[in-house]
Design a protein. Sequence first.
Length: 387
Amino acid sequence: MTALADYTKLEAEARYFDGQSANPVDVAVSFGGRSLVIVGMDDRAIAHWPLATLRSLGDPAEATVQLVPDHASDERVVLQDREMIEAISKVCPNLYHRHVDKPVLRRAAFWTVGAIASVVLILLVLIPTLADQLAEYIPPEREQALGDAVAEQLGDLLALQTSERPALCTEPSGTTALTLMTRRVSPEDELPYPLRVNVIDHGLVNAVALPGGRILLFRGLIENAQSPEEVAGILAHEIGHVVNRDPTRGVLRAAGTAGIIGLLLGDIFGATVLAAASDAILNASHQREAETLADEMAYRLLGDAELPVTPFANFFDRLHEEHGDSTGPFRYLASHPDLSGRAARALAADRIGNGTFVPVLVDRDWLALQNICDEDTDFEDITSHPQ
C-alpha cells in the first residue's frame, strides 16, 4: 500500500446504495488507513470498506464504476470521479478480479454437461427415432414432392463436381429398356407409391433411392456393369429401400427436427436443409439393418422374377477387387461397406444359380440401355419422366 500515501487528501463525491433500499445516498469517499471511507453529507461515517476486499463490478474503461466491499455484499458505491477511480485502481490490485464461486461453477458445469448430453441425445437418438417412426405417417403425395425437391438439389450438388448440371438420359429405346427391367423386378403389391426410375448422365458408379419412389441410376453404374442382370440386382436393392421407406428416413435425419416438423405440416424445405438432405442421399450409408433388409428384398425380387442373384454379387466382387473401397468415381463402393460379406450372402441366397433363365433384357434392349444417354434433357425435367 505504499501508493496510498499519495492519496490521503483525495476525496470524491459518489452515490451509496445500502443494498436494502433502491434510493441512493449522496456521499463522499476518501482513503483512511487501509480502507475506503464512505461519509454522508452530514459528515457521519457510513462505512469503512477494506481495500484488500474492494471489488469493481464494471470494466476499467467505463466512465462510471460500481464498487462493492466484497463479492458477497449487496452494498455498492457508484463513482464517476476519474482521479479517484485511478487512485483506487492503483492501491487495490485485485479491484477487477472476478471471484469464482466454486459451488456455482460446479452447478454451471453440471448444467453445461447436461445440455451437451441432451443435444447429443437429440442428434443420435431422438431425431433418428422420430425419423423412423414418422416416416410411416407422411402422406405419399408429400413424400413424392419431397423426392422431387431433393432430386433438384441433387442436380445442384452434382454440378459442383462437374461444373455442369448433369442431364437426364431419355433416349427412347433406352428408356423403354429401363421400363422393361423395372417391371421385371418390381413387386406387385408392396410399393407405397409408383416407382419412378431414371438414368443420370454422370460417371459415378452409383444408384440412389429418393423419397416417394424415386430411383436414380448413374451412367457410370451401367457402363461398369457386364450384364443387365447386374444392373437389375442393384435396381432391386434400391427398390428394397423404397419399400422400406429408407430414403425418407435418411432425409428426415439429415433435415433434423425442423425438417421433420416442416414435412409433417406441409412446409417447403429451405435450400440449406435440402442441400444437406441431397448430400446425405448421394453419400448414403444406410444403417446396417436397412442395408441387410434391402439386400434380402433384392434376393427375393430377383428370385420372384426368376433371375439369378449371382450377377448382383459378382458386380460388387469385381469392382471391389479392381478399385478397392474408393471414394472417387466408384462412390457406390464407399457407401456400401463389407462388400465381400454381402456378396457371399447374395451367392448363398441365389435360387436360380447357373441354370437357364430368361434374361432381364435381350441383347438389343441391353445395348439400348447402355446408350440411353446418347440423347438427354435437362436434369430439371426429371419430375416429368416417371417410369
